[in-house]
Design a protein around this ligand. Structure first.
Ligand SMILES: NCC(=O)N[C@H]1[C@@H](O)[C@H](n2cnc3c(N)ncnc32)O[C@@H]1CO
Length: 147
């Protein structure tokens, strides 16, 4: 999994078109959305993640929480982003992992939104520009260790 984390004044998106034959079904209110004072987390789920999705979710949540605390972000935007890797996981596995990341962060008490999966989206982002405002993380499951 590859993550690009941008501490932002805001992130807003608008769904434009389907990018997959069967994108995630979404309600009207999720066609456009915005969060202010947010840690935007752009995530490419990778093929290697399919060997242990649970472990990858756990590690991703830990990394996101670590950055949230460092930058003192007030909320998190999980953003599916298929452009950080050339070894992408299947859409079904990727969506499941992204939904689990959202769920676990909410369980920890964070205010979280997740941008719709399987669409082309317009987005606006205002990066805060401080030294920790732009970070990347790579997460891989342990070799052959399955729970
Ligand atoms: N910018 C627009 C876009 O990326 N659209 C992507 C993601 O929303 C989603 N997607 C598909 N596979 C993946 C994956 N492995 N990881 C993350 N997202 C994925 O499906 C769209 C087409 O690839």
């Amino acid at each position: 999994m590859r993550m690009l984390l941008i501490h932002s004044d805001y992130l807003e998106y608008e769904v434009k078109d389907k990018a997959l034959k069967n994108p995630e079904p979404i309600s009207d209110e999720r066609k456009k959305d915005r969060l202010d004072e947010v840690l935007a987390v752009f995530i490419s789920v990778e093929k290697v993640d399919e060997s242990n999705p649970e472990e990858v979710v756990e590690k991703a949540v830990a990394e996101i929480e670590d950055v949230v605390k460092q930058v003192k972000a007030e909320r998190v935007f999980v953003y599916p982003f298929a452009h950080l890797s050339s070894e992408l996981a299947s859409p079904s596995v990727a969506l499941e992992i992204l939904q689990k990341i959202e769920e676990k962060l909410k369980e920890k008490g964070y205010e979280v939104k997740r941008a719709p999966f399987g669409y082309y989206k317009a987005f606006k982002l205002s990066c805060k520009g401080h030294p920790l405002a732009e970070l990347s993380r790579t997460i891989v499951p342990e070799e052959g260790v399955s729970k």
